[in-house]
Every structure is written in structure tokens, then in C-alpha cells.
Design a protein around this ligand. Structure first.
Ligand SMILES: *Cc1c(COP(=O)(O)O)cnc(C)c1O
Length: 362
């Protein structure tokens, strides 16, 4: 097999080699059925067992929290930005948002299309390079939910603790950090994530939420935009993204085999430390973008002295087999996305490359 790229793509992103190889082995003939999982009816027992297994694994990795259900949806996390207010933002209530970066911005923008919103806290005045103070959230009495973005993929900041919201359901967009660390899901009314960063390929969005939230009846929105439709039909009201769900199940199997979320967290902390330490010890040659306290374990954003030097860094890195180190077009700079499936060896190779680059250009 050819050498694998050092893949630091932000999303779609690296998948575990073991998972890809397993999928390859059963690609044409899925477990003796004489067809690919992609060629099967989603109403058949074979697909349904994969579908249910993925749901069970998602909950098992979270310690089987009581009263929670898993849904598989389409349209990406971006569609959740609209579905959340459509389902939960009733007349006379307010959707509250913690503004932490580009994705929180997009989530708020969609909510404004449906009802009243408020900003509970914001770090916009600091270009979103930190997580705002969570001890003094401004929540109106009529707050329907508080929405947070647990990890801002573009800016590279991540919640280190979650806000206390009392009776107000906490909803988190965990698209870029779900399962990167041990998480107490009981704090949340709902978490959601597009799969293509930390859970699998694109095409499926995972929602994990309290069953009573999902069961709420909303009549004046299309059937496919109601959580209750998916809950009632075990996410099989219409054709699910069956291949993506299968891949998510395999990624979850891999996480379990590696030792679950505790092991993921430990490895992610080691990987991130390798790169952040390199940045901090470079004497200012590399500069981390985010406030150190709020630095993301998943998206490591940093800058060089000039845009020219950053361009050169990207170019030279590509020659050495590194992929995806250019920062998001909206903020520039450099970004290494170190999701669960990015091996320690890739991070070590990047840290070494950064060292050499500094020696040549510092
Ligand atoms: C990538 C990303 C999204 C958008 O996901 P899509 O599945 O492309 O809609 C939303 N939120 C966060 C935090 C992301 O990283």
C-alpha cells in the first residue's frame, strides 16, 4: 500500500486506516449477502441491524445516559441551525446563543429567520479568539434553549467547561469535537454533529437528545424538518444515508477498540500538546491564534510573521506530504486539524517539519 498522506484536513477529514480497510474488505459483498451495503433496502434486517448498532454504540460510548435517543439526519449540521429554531423556538420564547466564532454566527443567523433570539455571551470583540465568560450568562426568562458551539473549527477555540443553564435546555453543535474527550451528555438537552470531522464520512448528521425534547409536536413545519418524525420512525421515515451510517458504525467500533473516549482524550491531548508546545517554544516564530486557556484540541490555528511566509509554509509542507494546513479562507493563517483519526505519528511529523522550517526561515 502507498504511503498515507499526513492528513490535517478540517472536514471531510482523516478516517482511521483500519476502518477504511475493513470497509474495503466488505465493500462488494457485505457479510455474505452478495451485495454491497449500499445496494440493500433500508427496510431489510441487515441494514437495520447496522443502523441500530450505530445508535447503540453512540449511547454506549456516552455511558448509556437515561432518556436519550439517537437520530440520523441529512443536510449537515447547517440544517440543524434551522431545525432547532423550527422545532423549539415557539412564539413568545427566545433562542439564546453563545457567540464564539464563525459557526455560532451561522447558527444565530438561521434562528433569526424563525423567531426571537438573544446573545447570552460573546467574544466577538476579541475576534473570537477566546471563549467568553460563562459565569454571567444573560438568559431571558423566556429562554427556550441555549445554543453553544463546543468547538469553533475555524478560529480554533473550544469550551473547556460547559455553562450551567438550570432548567433551560443546553444545545451544542459538536460537529468538530464530538467524542474527542470524555463528555457528560446529561448536561445537554441535545447535541448534534455532522459526521465528516470526527465520526465518519459526510452525508449523515448525528443528533443525540432527550427523548421528550424530540417528541415535541410541531404541526406547522414540513414533516422532514420535525424531530418527532425521525424519533417515531427510528430515523427510517425516508431513505437514510445508509453507507454513511455504516461508516459511522465502523468508526465507533474503532473508538471502542481503542479504549473509548478516555483513550481518545488522552491521545488527543498528547497530539495537541506536541504542536502547541512547538508553537510556544518557537520564540515567536509561530504564534498561536487562540487564547491558550481556550485552545482547541481539534483545530490548532497559528500564524507566521507574514502571509508570504505562511504561503511558503503551505507549499513546502505539501512537498513533504502534509495536506490541509492552510487556514480557513475567512481568517487566513494556518490550521492543523487533529481529529481522533489523525495518528500521533502525523502530529510528530508535523512538529518536526515545523522545526526544520523555522531553522530554514527563522
Ligand atoms: C463543519 C461544521 C459545520 C457545518 O457542517 P455541515 O455538515 O457542512 O453543514 C457546523 N458546525 C461546525 C462546528 C462545523 O465544524
Amino acid at each position: 500500500m502507498n504511503k498515507r498522506a499526513y492528513n490535517f484536513n478540517a472536514g471531510p477529514a482523516a478516517l482511521p486506516l483500519k476502518v477504511l480497510e475493513r470497509a474495503q474488505a466488505e465493500f462488494v459483498d457485505f457479510r455474505g449477502t452478495g451485495m454491497s451495503i449500499m445496494e440493500m433496502s433500508h427496510r431489510g434486517a441487515v441494514y437495520e441491524s447496522v443502523h441500530n448498532e450505530a445508535q447503540e454504540r453512540l449511547l454506549r460510548l456516552l455511558g448509556n445516559p437515561k432518556g436519550y435517543k439517537v437520530l440520523f439526519l441529512q443536510g449537515g449540521a447547517s440544517t440543524q441551525f434551522a431545525m432547532i429554531p423550527m422545532n423549539f423556538l415557539k412564539q413568545g420564547t427566545v433562542g439564546s446563543y453563545v457567540m464564539t466564532g464563525s459557526w455560532a454566527d451561522k447558527a444565530l443567523k438561521e434562528a433569526k429567520l424563525f423567531g426571537e433570539t438573544s446573545i447570552a455571551a460573546s467574544s466577538k470583540e476579541d475576534q473570537y479568539m477566546r471563549i467568553p465568560d460563562l459565569d454571567h450568562l444573560e438568559l431571558p426568562d423566556r429562554t427556550a434553549y441555549l445554543h453553544i458551539t463546543s468547538n469553533e473549527t475555524i478560529e480554533g477555540v473550544q469550551f473547556q467547561k460547559y455553562p450551567e443553564t438550570g432548567q433551560v435546555p443546553l444545545i451544542a453543535d459538536m460537529s468538530s469535537d464530538i467524542f474527542c474527550r470524555v463528555t457528560d451528555v446529561n448536561k445537554f438537552g441535545m447535541i448534534y454533529a455532522g459526521a465528516q470531522k470526527n465520526l465518519g464520512p459526510s452525508g449523515v448528521t448525528v443528533v443525540i437528545a432527550k427523548e421528550d425534547k424530540l417528541a415535541e409536536q410541531v404541526e406547522n413545519i414540513p414533516t422532514m424538518f420535525r424531530y418527532s418524525t425521525f424519533l417515531k420512525n427510528n430515523s427510517l421515515y425516508n431513505t437514510p444515508p445508509s453507507f454513511s451510517v455504516y461508516m459511522v458504525n465502523e468508526v465507533l467500533r474503532w473508538i471502542e477498540e481503542e479504549g473509548g473516549l478516555t483513550a481518545m482524550e488522552q491521545m488527543n491531548r498528547e497530539k495537541a500538546a506536541l504542536l502547541y508546545d512547538g508553537i510556544d517554544q518557537s520564540g515567536g516564530f509561530y504564534r498561536g491564534c487562540a487564547e491558550p486557556r481556550d485552545r482547541s484540541l481539534m483545530n490548532i490555528t497559528f500564524r507566521l510573521a507574514s502571509e508570504e511566509l505562511e504561503k511558503l509554509f503551505v507549499k513546502e509542507s505539501e512537498k513533504e506530504g502534509f495536506i490541509g494546513l492552510k487556514g480557513h479562507r475567512s481568517v487566513g493563517g494556518l490550521r492543523a486539524s487533529t481529529y481522533n483519526a489523525v495518528p500521533y505519528e502525523s502530529c510528530k511529523a508535523l512538529a518536526d517539519f515545523m522545526d526544520v522550517f523555522q531553522k530554514q526561515h527563522g
